[in-house]
Design a protein around this ligand. Structure first.
Ligand code: GLC
Length: 530
């Protein structure tokens, strides 16, 4: 491997609240993650990204941080974090943490101080208080402004318990420098930056015209200077010993290549996520366009864009690919309104092919916990058990993201499926029909999704053509994706109805489904050696 580790790593996203529960509280925790590290090592992952575990009232599952320098008691202690980093390093697994710089919790001492200090105070200047609101809407539904008792309004692009920081106040960048160093000093190998493109708002806070392509809180020019300064901090950490040079990946849902290009520089953040694969239908032309766009974007840029098929904000892969693909952008809500049915076997077949595509593409791949088990979205969560603020803020019109955040099934035949060591009410309910989807059940089934993932991640680690590098498309029919990577690797996927025949002279390394007489059936992908 020529470049830094993050350019071709396989990263596994751990959602701590739903990964493993060491104290049978119904919520996962750092000790739970620690106890399951051998499972992750067996999955041949190079790093784990942990969603926030900081002190938090958990109004947005931890993206509402009350103390950036501590672990919430529900997740454990700082010592548990240190032990997790140490144990992971012994298995050559790096730990990536989540930095949430756009907003904090309304319980953060700075916000509490701002509320008490009143209008005109310096404490209010750390946030965005105004005498009257503009027309901006919260991403979770409803207005992006909430009125305080003294009549002023504060801005929150998310829940009202998540006030946005004013990044033009010097205390804010100064605190985040300390946050970065605090966790990098404790051994974090990289940071994932939440809502990395919204920290600065247009100072005029203009109303958003109805047909505006871009809101005035995206991509403000000051971001680049900030991220150059963060890059200097990252680069100041020693490269010689594990975990080596420190990385960063920005969460940016870009609307067009032009808006993300300015982030992809040699001296800015090393990486921005590429979510495009999660937004397009399961169709060869669309997937190919997304892949070409990414290759074009990163060419000569100095940056790179990890591929993603799922995360804690997106409907589960199996369910996304198992519905009418015209609904791909809003599958959860379409389903809730009875407009779509999930064909789970078809979704699973496609999800198996999709992960072989993901792991064959050039660059870094992120896996979301539970996708390796082929978990579908859990739609049938009763309203009374829903946690995502989106559900509440839209009066139930949008069901929100709980269905992809359900505690993992590890073993056994009934909830909590080994998530906790004894029967417990898990923070989100698990379906009662997941007995065949547990880690235990899938490990003993040679054809399980888990065993496909294991085979693919191990092969990827060994194959010299995989990871960072180039790819070359092959001439193919419109329903096929076919490319090669040197030395000696070939990829073929059939997204149409008619079988495709494998090229002569190639040997099958791995297939996402049964291959008969070298015919690749619908919704199937193959890795080849030539
Ligand atoms: C990001 C997170 C999401 C969170 C939001 C607000 O999009 O991934 O889970 O709700 O930011 O912090």
């Amino acid at each position: 491997m020529a470049g830094p580790w993050w350019r071709d790593a396989v990263v596994y996203q751990v959602y701590p609240r739903s990964f493993a529960d060491s104290d049978a509280s119904g919520e996962g925790d750092l000790q739970g993650i620690r106890s399951r590290l051998p499972y992750l090592a067996d999955l041949a992952v190079d790093a784990i990204w942990l969603n926030p575990f900081y002190t938090s009232p958990l109004h947005d599952s931890g993206y509402d941080v009350a103390d950036y320098f501590d672990v919430d008691p529900r997740f454990g202690t700082l010592e548990d974090f240190d032990a997790l980093v140490t144990d992971a390093a012994a298995l050559k697994i790096r730990v990536i943490i989540d930095i949430v710089p756009n907003h904090c919790s309304s319980r953060h001492p700075w916000f509490q101080e701002a509320i008490i200090a009143g209008p005109g105070s310096d404490a209010r200047e750390r946030f965005i208080f105004r005498d009257s609101p503009n027309n901006w809407q919260s991403a979770f539904g409803g207005p992006a402004w909430t009125r305080t008792q003294d009549g002023q309004w504060y801005l929150h692009l998310f829940d009202s318990t998540q006030p946005d920081f004013n990044w033009r106040h010097p205390d804010v960048p100064a605190m985040f420098e300390r946050v970065l160093r605090f966790w990098l000093d404790r051994g974090a190998a990289a940071i994932r930056i939440d809502m990395a493109n919204t920290l600065f708002k247009d100072p005029e806070l203009p109303d958003l015209p109805e047909d505006a392509p871009l809101a005035p809180y995206y991509d403000q020019p000051e971001l680049h200077q900030l991220y150059r300064s963060w890059r200097k901090i990252l680069d100041s950490y020693p490269a010689g010993t594990f975990p080596g040079p420190r990385g960063a990946v920005a969460e940016i849902w870009f609307s067009s290549p032009g808006t993300v290009r300015p982030y992809l520089t040699k001296d800015g953040l090393p990486q921005t996520f590429n979510f495009r694969l999660t937004l397009v239908p399961w169709a060869a032309a669309e997937l190919r366009a997304v892949i070409d766009e990414a290759c074009e974007l990163i060419k000569d840029s100095g940056g790179s864009m990890p591929w993603v098929l799922g995360n804690h904000d997106i409907t589960r892969l199996v369910s996304r690919l198992g519905i009418d693909q015209a609904l791909i952008r809003h599958p959860t809500d379409a389903l809730k309104r009875g407009e779509a049915q999930v064909d789970v076997p078809m979704g699973t077949r496609r999800a198996r092919a999709a992960v072989l595509l993901l792991l064959a593409l050039p660059g870094t791949a992120y896996l979301y916990q539970g996708d390796e088990l082929g978990l579908p979205e859990h739609y049938a969560i009763p309203a009374s058990r829903r946690e995502d603020p989106t559900f509440r803020r839209t009066g139930g019109a949008a069901v929100g993201r709980d269905g992809c955040r359900v505690p993992l099934p590890w073993s056994g035949t009934a909830p909590p499926y080994g998530f906790a060591s004894r029967p417990v009410r898990t923070w989100l309910p698990q379906p009662t029909d997941w007995a065949t989807l547990t880690v235990e059940a899938e490990l003993s089934d040679p054809d399980s999704v888990l065993n496909l993932y294991r085979a693919a991640t191990h092969l990827r680690r060994e194959h010299p053509a995989l990871g960072d590098g180039d790819m070359t498309w092959l001439e193919s029919n419109p329903d096929e994706l076919a490319f090669t990577r040197e030395p000696g690797f070939g990829f073929v996927a059939n997204l149409g109805d008619k079988p495709i025949y494998l090229p002569a002279g190639s040997r099958i390394l791995l297939a996402s489904g049964p291959i008969v007489n070298r015919g690749v059936p619908a919704d199937t992908a193959v890795w080849l050696q030539h």
